[in-house]
Design a protein around this ligand. Structure first.
Ligand SMILES: [Ca+2]
Ligand SMILES: [Ca+2]
Length: 559
């Protein structure tokens, strides 16, 4: 149960906010408060502790009421539902704090009061006894329950992706992996030869060392046509104009999503937390279902559409040529001074790309209760020009850059404020709680004050204007450019016309991100725009598609 708190809140709020802080730390040398949760992560205050505690214990409390079980039994149940090491961590935490929690529930009954009692809810940076014990390594689990600390496992898990957002398992160092998580092929097409750094998705280079007619670009097309004596890659793809898809951006570009069932006490059962560790290892993101680089097959429950899938459908030679380099919390500065450099592309030997620069909120969003932490127009211009200057050194000739403007986040408050969050409170209460503890991902928009929300949107709109100014005043050698507004209004109108409602397009747990349906609709919207404005950017339909399908089937799939 406590593990549940750790995972859900630490990885929702801490990932969204603290990784943003950490990006800045790495590139600007900021030194902010250390996180009381995990050494190496940062915390804006003591707030995450409070949020985490209250959320976890709220779930425990509701679960115990729904199932008419004691708090003790509720914690045991939930720990048992967690997978593997998570379950151990949960048991570990309960072994340390369970008795106190049970006792406090008996005294005060409600989760937030219990957290007060546990000294988690504090007005200053005072770490809770629970967390400070972890931080200082003073806790001693009951020896009969746990033999070794699962905290080391957990800290290792977090540290693996909190420092560098390149693939973790990458033997040959070409920035592509044959693992699925930790920035593996959920994020970038799978490396079909992880021992050869000249073999990877997007390569045009027929490496003689890889052997003639091998699959040097991992698109599944290989071999020699003995009749024509030409390799199939050359024959079927050589003149097809292959084009990769890259997104550089933020948590919305990576498709951040916390499964709401994790927090919905009435739905918690033994299968609720299946796949939890993989979800964490993907930084709580779902790039494999995202607008830009989604590749999971669509189902009735999970509709997937993406720019990559559309490009692949147009030309099967593009199979596996996708890269999602988006990072939770990223803003224009992070992209300019760190994240753009995680792109894998050889300007000389790789196919050109259709690249989306997608930063829809973090330049105006933070937990700070002021406007001073928002990026100014001048800063945004400098950051964007720095990014473009770098892209001109790595993108192959014939590439295209699509700027996605900042969102108008007023839709969040307007469509959610009086609705009920999975935790049981209204969004107004949840937003207020997060703001109170300096842990909101976006004080400016998740805010009851209309003036504050309006100012945030005004700044966002002014930043978006920078893109068209750059397009009008700058040219680059290796790519051309196009700007589009973030199309939430457009897809919302489409959704409402189909009988839907706006709140159904927003992530329920964080009350902040575009959800799966929105990702699906945005992909179709951008595709239609590009088809209309720049059909030549999308390449020709490959007349060999049918032949490729007959000969190479699913082209090796994705794993
Ligand atoms: Ca590799
Ligand atoms: Ca390789």
């Amino acid at each position: 149960m406590i593990k549940y708190i750790f995972v859900s809140l630490v990885l929702s709020l801490v990932l969204v906010n603290a990784i943003k802080v950490q990006l800045s730390t790495g590139t600007q040398g900021f030194n902010r408060h250390p996180s009381p949760f995990i050494p190496g992560l940062n915390n804006a205050g003591g707030g995450y502790t409070c949020v985490t505690c209250t959320l976890i214990l709220s779930v425990v409390e509701q679960y115990s009421l729904i199932h008419e079980k004691s708090v003790d039994a509720a914690m045991d149940d939930i720990c048992g539902f967690l997978p593997g090491e998570m379950s151990k961590l949960c048991t570990y935490m309960v072994s340390i704090y369970g008795n106190e929690i049970v006792q406090y529930f008996a005294e005060v009954q409600h989760a937030d009061d219990v957290c007060h009692k546990l000294n988690n809810v504090t007005a200053d940076v005072q770490p809770s006894p629970l967390v400070s014990g972890l931080h200082k390594g003073k806790v001693h689990p009951h020896p009969s329950k746990v033999n070794e600390s699962p905290l080391d496992w957990f800290k290792d898990l977090i540290n693996r992706f909190s420092k560098d957002h390149s693939p973790l398992e990458d033997v040959d160092g070409d920035k592509f992996s044959d693992e699925i998580t930790f920035r593996g092929y959920n994020w970038r097409g799978r490396d079909c030869d992880d021992l050869n750094n000249q073999v990877y998705p997007g390569s045009k280079y027929n490496n003689p060392n890889a052997g003639p007619y091998t699959d040097w670009n991992c698109n599944g097309i290989k071999g020699l046509n003995s009749t024509s004596n030409i390799g199939y890659e050359d024959e079927l793809c050589g003149n097809s104009g292959p084009m990769g898809v890259i997104v550089v951006g933020d948590s919305a570009g990576a498709h951040f999503s916390i499964p709401p069932q994790w927090l919905t006490a009435s739905e918690i059962n033994s299968t609720t937390y299946n796949g939890m560790i993989e979800i964490i290892a993907n930084e709580m993101d779902w790039p494999q279902r995202s607008t830009y680089t989604g590749w999971n097959p669509s189902t009735n429950e999970v509709p997937v559409d993406s720019i990559y899938l559309r490009m692949r459908e147009r030309n099967l030679c593009n199979h596996r040529d996708y890269q999602n380099t988006a990072v939770n919390g990223a803003d224009s500065h992070d992209v300019a001074f760190g994240l753009a450099q995680t792109i894998a592309r050889n300007q000389e030997t790789d196919a050109p790309v259709l690249l989306f620069l997608e930063l829809i909120g973090n330049d105006v969003c933070s937990s700070h209760h002021d406007f001073d932490h928002m990026t100014t127009v001048d800063e945004f211009t400098t950051n964007t020009l720095t990014t473009l200057q770098y892209l001109d050194t790595v993108l192959p000739s014939g590439s295209h850059v699509v700027f996605v403007g900042l969102a108008d986040g007023r839709v969040l408050w307007n469509s959610l404020w009086n609705r009920t969050h999975p935790i049981g409170a209204t969004y107004e209460q949840v937003y207020d709680f997060l703001n109170c503890l300096d842990t909101s991902p976006c004080w400016g928009w998740m805010n009851p004050n209309e003036t504050v929300r309006d100012f945030t949107s005004e700044r966002a709109a002014n930043l978006s204007l920078v893109y068209n100014q750059i397009i009008a005043s700058h040219t680059y050698q290796h790519f051309d450019m196009q700007y589009y507004d973030f199309p939430f209004d457009a897809i919302n109108a489409e959704w409402i016309a189909q009988g839907g409602q706006t709140w159904q397009l927003i992530e329920p747990v964080d009350g902040f991100h575009p959800n799966q349906i929105a990702n699906y609709l945005i992909a179709g919207y951008f595709w239609d725009q590009l088809t209309q404005d720049h059909p030549e950017w999308l390449g020709s339909i490959n007349p060999n598609n049918q032949l490729i399908q007959q000969m190479f089937g699913d082209q090796g799939g994705y794993n």
